[in-house]
Design a protein around this ligand. Structure first.
Ligand SMILES: Cc1cc2nc3c(=O)[nH]c(=O)nc-3n(C[C@H](O)[C@H](O)[C@H](O)COP(=O)(O)OP(=O)(O)OC[C@H]3O[C@@H](n4cnc5c(N)ncnc54)[C@H](O)[C@@H]3O)c2cc1C
Ligand code: SF4
Length: 507
């Protein structure tokens, strides 16, 4: 714990607003309200790491900054890795820095299909702009991006596919290639170097290494949080009660519903933990003749969006060798041979916006995991087809770029050695069980926002339908699959929530 994190280390504290979680949602609300002058306490389970801690060792960083050392899975077919950050800054501290606005058609669907007319396009435009300016969002520099991205994008361009450079919240990025393990140069404007320090400067108190256990309720309203300090080396009490006028739950799309379900709170609709969307991702690895110099360069700097309206976005994603090694569908000598060719490997990923698939978060009853969050997710129907098509598309682009071989996550087509083989893949009927190594990075929807208390957990004001003064402000309120990386939308919505909470406190 850094000294400035604890202004008061008392077993009982009183504040205006207590925020659970310091990620994309929590950090923004905390800073906005602290700057207005409210007393704000942020409770964050993870540690506060600084630039000096980001030591370019991906294995060590994963152990320290990811929940369950990066081994969080969604159970289903296929099994999917769903990593989450557990550190000050939340998942933003270990994310890739891509900042995209929500597509117009998605907002229209919220307004027309879900009755969320109050989330107006003109207001969102202003909120997006404010967050983008604050976080120095600009397009990735092609020179810093590195050869992997340039090669892929040039080949896509030759095929007449639309694409470009991704907007990112990285100021003076050096292309260290380790965004997912903490940015060592401080370029990436994740919450730990932006909203959180500004919240602290405005007087907020941060209790890091402190786990929120329970939302305190009194007479039908939220009245505070009971928490447990996880590091008592500096004399922290065994438990802390933070009494507050407003409680903001921003523990992310897995832990916000989990906290509510454990307490059986706010679930009159039965929707808490349901409606989980995750943007399943497939990745391809190409063996090339030329040396690409990975992982140097920006890991995720370019996109191909030709099929975005079909729910398919290709976004680049290189990984350091230790992490790359986990995505190779071999073991033994074949694995070693492939890893020896790592400098000649091209890597690109695809993200699917779901239409048929969804999942849930519940409190596990499984032996050995009793009481832990249980994540289930089943890939289905049209979404399996989308994964297949995205793999086919990436393989075509790699062959155009000169690849000799492409590794895919589709088991019967794990290694494709010529574009002709892709014709077979095109004709093949692929099932979810044929998919081997899918991952996902964008959990959303498990406390969804809506206009009908029978189908949603929070109102359009972010306040829960069931409990006054409890606001949920994180990815879990996003009611549908978004189709683009969600952090910018979560932050823009969090700014909107801060304005609403301010009005409530004034009244
Ligand atoms: C590897 C990776 C790369 C990604 N890249 C991008 C990208 O480039 N662009 C993009 O838009 N999105 C990206 N994302 C996703 C993005 O980072 C998340 O969608 C976003 O951070 C979610 O914000 P949130 O506020 O919902 O939750 P989080 O940012 O996850 O914050 C939740 C916080 O709550 C804390 N918490 C949970 N339970 C408790 C408790 N009981 N007590 C106290 N604290 C608690 C957690 O420790 C965590 O710090 C990526 C994700 C990953 C894993
Ligand atoms: S590429 Fe490197 S310098 Fe740039 S944001 Fe990522 S970690 Fe930071």
């Amino acid at each position: 714990m850094a000294a400035q994190e604890f202004k008061a280390l008392l077993p009982e504290m009183e504040t205006d607003v207590v925020v659970i979680g310091s990620g994309a949602g929590g950090a923004v609300v905390a800073k906005e309200l602290a700057e207005i002058g409210y007393r704000v306490v942020i409770i964050e389970e993870g540690r506060y790491f600084t630039r000096d801690d980001f030591n370019l060792n991906p294995v060590q960083s994963t152990m320290q900054m990811y929940r369950q050392a990066g081994q969080t899975f969604a159970l289903g077919t296929p099994l999917m890795l769903l990593p989450l950050g557990c550190t000050v800054g939340g998942t933003t501290t270990i994310n890739s820095g891509t900042c995209l606005r929500m597509p117009h058609r998605v907002l229209k669907r919220w307004q027309i299909g879900l009755g969320l007319e109050s989330i107006r396009e003109d207001e969102m435009e202003l909120l997006y702009k404010a967050v983008e300016e604050y976080l120095f969002v600009k397009k990735a520099d092609p020179e810093t991006a590195g050869p992997n991205a340039r090669l892929f994008l040039e080949a896509a361009d030759k095929m007449g596919l639309s694409g470009g450079w991704l907007p990112r919240n990285a100021k003076d990025c050096d292309g260290f290639g380790t965004c997912a393990f903490g940015c060592p140069s401080g370029a990436k404007q994740s919450m730990d170097v932006s909203f959180i320090p500004d919240a602290l400067a405005a007087g907020a108190t941060l209790l890091s290494r402190c786990s929120a256990e329970r939302i305190i309720t009194e007479q039908g309203r939220a009245a505070g949080v009971a928490a447990t300090p996880l590091d008592r080396s500096q004399g922290a009490p065994a438990s802390i009660i933070v009494r507050a006028k407003i409680v903001v739950l921003a523990a992310g799309s897995i832990y916000s519903p989990y906290l509510l379900l454990k307490q059986n709170l706010c679930n009159s609709s039965g929707q808490v933990g349901k409606n989980l969307h995750i943007h399943p991702c497939a990745s391809t690895i190409a063996e090339l003749e030329q040396r690409l110099g990975n992982p140097r360069g920006i890991p995720q700097s370019s996109y191909v969006d030709e099929f975005k309206d079909d729910g398919i976005m290709l976004e680049g994603g290189t990984m350091p060798p230790a992490v790359h090694a986990m995505g190779i569908p071999y073991s033994g000598r074949r694995h070693r041979d492939h890893m020896n060719r790592y400098p000649y490997s091209g890597i690109f990923g695809a993200m699917i916006s779901e239409t048929d698939s969804s999942g849930s978060v519940s409190v596990s009853n499984l032996p050995g995991f009793k009481g832990s969050p249980l994540i289930r997710y089943q890939l289905k129907g049209a979404d399996v087809e989308k994964v297949k098509f995205s793999v086919l598309l990436m393989a075509q682009i790699w062959f155009k770029a000169g690849a000799k071989k492409v590794f895919t996550p589709i088991a019967p087509f794990a290694e494709i050695t010529s574009p002709r083989q892709l014709l077979k893949l095109e004709r093949a009927k692929i099932k979810a069980s044929d998919l081997d190594y899918l991952t996902a990075y964008h959990p959303m929807g498990t406390c969804r926002m809506g206009s009908d208390p029978a189908y949603s957990v929070v109102k359009d004001t972010f306040e829960t339908w069931d409990l006054e003064d409890l606001y949920i402000v994180d990815g879990s309120v996003i009611p549908t699959s978004l189709g683009v990386n969600p952090q910018l939308t979560i932050m823009a919505l969090a700014m909107r929530a801060a304005g609403i909470i301010d009005e409530k406190l004034q009244s």
